[in-house]
Write a protein that binds this ligand. Structure first.
Ligand SMILES: [Zn+2]
Length: 130
């Protein structure tokens, strides 16, 4: 497997920047939604409606948690681009295939190592695959 060439790296860098901007926009929109929720909840005294609204907010928080995790993963990927370790599997040290990085630019492991990692770390399998 060959290491990334400059144009591949440039492309992935652009993908990460775009993804980061989209995530930040999403999270900002999520925060605006919560303000609306606070209004709706105070206007609707019916307990059934209020609990439904609560459920929605909880789901919203889970989504924000995932978005935060992805943002962190993007920052890690960008830092690895800076120090030159981007595109190398952090377990076995072999280059991660470009196709995998294109699908998942924040990938830190090659597919076999990721699979192994998720088997041994049950929590990791629940979150976003890095
Ligand atoms: Zn590996």
């Amino acid at each position: 497997m060959e290491k990334l060439n400059n144009s591949q790296l440039k492309h992935l860098r652009a993908v990460l920047i775009e993804r980061e901007a989209a995530l930040r926009t999403d999270m900002k929109r999520g925060a605006d939604d919560k303000e609306e929720y606070a209004q709706v909840a105070s206007e609707v005294p019916d307990p059934g409606d209020a609990s439904f609204a609560n459920l929605e907010v909880d789901l919203g928080n889970a989504a924000v948690g995932r978005e935060l995790n992805e943002l962190r993963a993007i920052e890690v990927a960008q830092a690895r681009m800076e120090n030159g370790s981007y595109g190398e599997c952090m377990e076995c040290g072999f280059p991660i295939p470009y196709e995998r990085l294109e699908a998942q630019p924040t990938a830190e492991r090659c597919a076999p190592c990721q699979e192994m990692y998720e088997k041994t770390h049950a929590d990791a399998a629940k979150g976003a695959t890095l």
